[in-house]
Design a protein. Structure first.
Length: 410
């Protein structure tokens, strides 16, 4: 009788289907080895960037932590008494070049004014100090949430190995903070709804990921969480208004047309970097109206799954995993670094799988969602293959199937 290793290397279709169906290739030893390889690869990439940098600027002329430069410069605009200039593309680009050098590419600032508070606080530090502090706090919060989701699991090693972590650290992006807040909200919702609501409200700085949150809270009839989330957003907005005035909101609203047209509809960041149904349709040559229609259909499906799970009081781990996955899949503006929120979704689902056993193809789908942030951009650059959107859709389908087959109860 062939061993499991023989079955894994056997290239016949039947053997491959059986391996993918069972997920037998995901042995503990292999998972540990793959995790350490991914951690070492990510660390090597980050160290290479630091070793070849000149001050705050990398070897390619871009600031270290590229996208974080817009946050820092927006904070400097606050210090200079002109927060609304962060939304003036020409002024913001000139400010970036003044800080980091004339060869600095343009990184537009499109966040709501409430995030200017964070930017201003970080800008009190030197640039690299602010970058390290922001990413360090985000990484600590992210790993803490993963450990709370699955205390018995190897989440620290797996959490560091998740490829979107290295992508966020190299880009200076805020996916760590987003994943921590969303994951904490999903985890705490059944037992500490007020704290969960605050966590969800903190994600208002990236409002595109909050589309499904009120639907989930309404379906669950969790009025305390809904009230806490609403109050948190209102306090954030009121604080930004008190600090910066109404003009900053006018500037923000005026900048939305650029964000919609240049960044989303025309793919200013690159279709390979965007991991949404909208971007997939545009990359395949579809028109803007067709892309919006496809994205709307995807959002409706995500909303239906999330409402169904929360309304029927499904296992909160499955409902939370669906909410996190659906939050990314339902918006047209989702980048590969935003896929970091898939990590707590995978941890929630993994806790259920280890407790009850895996369904057919479940482990393989989870493995695909795990590696997608590593492969999606290079694969999308070579061919219009929307690996990110496909992996998230497959994960959401797997969560819904488990809830339907098992009754979903905790």
């Amino acid at each position: 009788m062939p061993s499991s290793q023989d079955s894994f290397v056997d290239s016949t279709p039947t053997s491959w289907r059986a391996v993918l169906r069972s997920g037998a290739f995901l042995t503990p030893a292999r998972c540990r080895a793959y995790a350490w390889i991914l951690i070492a690869f990510g660390a090597a990439m980050i160290l290479a960037l630091l070793a070849t940098a000149h001050g705050d600027v990398g070897f390619d002329g871009q600031p270290l932590g590229t996208d974080f430069s817009q946050v820092y410069v927006a904070g400097l605009s606050v210090h200079e008494g002109a927060p609304a200039l962060a939304y003036d593309n020409a002024a913001h680009a000139a400010h970036q070049k003044a800080v980091f050098g004339p060869a600095t590419p343009f990184y537009p600032w499109g966040y709501p004014p409430l995030f200017l508070v964070v930017a201003a606080l970080l800008a009190f530090l030197p640039y690299l100090g602010a970058l390290v502090l922001w990413q360090g706090l985000g990484l600590a919060a992210y790993l803490t949430v993963l450990r709370a989701i699955w205390p018995q699991g190897p989440v620290l090693m797996a959490g560091l190995a998740f490829p979107a972590v290295a992508v966020n650290l190299m880009h200076g992006q805020n996916g760590l903070a987003t994943a921590a807040a969303m994951g904490a909200g999903a985890l705490l919702l059944p037992t500490r709804p007020l704290v969960a609501g605050v966590c969800f409200g903190l994600v208002a700085y990236k409002p595109q990921f909050g589309l499904l949150v009120p639907l989930a809270l309404l379906a669950a009839r969790n009025w305390r969480a809904l009230l806490a989330a609403t109050a948190t957003v209102l306090v954030e907005c009121a604080g930004a208004t008190a600090l910066f005035g109404l003009d900053v909101w006018r500037a923000f609203l005026g900048s939305l047309a650029f964000s919609r047209e240049a960044v989303i509809e025309q793919g200013g960041a690159g279709w390979a970097k965007m991991q949404s149904v909208f971007a997939a349709i545009r990359a395949l040559g579809g028109s803007v109206p067709l892309a919006y229609a496809g994205q709307t259909a995807a959002a409706l499906v995500c909303a239906a799954v999330v409402i169904w799970l929360y309304a029927r009081r499904a296992d909160p781990r499955l409902a939370g995993a669906a909410l996190l996955t659906g939050a990314l899949l339902s918006t047209p503006y989702c980048m590969d670094y935003d896929m970091l929120a898939i990590a707590p979704a995978l941890a929630l689902l993994a806790a259920v799988v280890m407790e009850r056993g895996a369904l057919p193809y479940e482990k393989s789908i989870m493995a695909l969602a795990f590696v997608a942030p590593l492969l999606a951009r290079p694969l999308g650059s070579a061919a219009p293959i929307p690996l990110g959107a496909l992996s998230m859709a497959a994960l959401l389908a797997a969560i819904a199937r488990r809830a339907a087959r098992t009754g979903g109860a905790a």
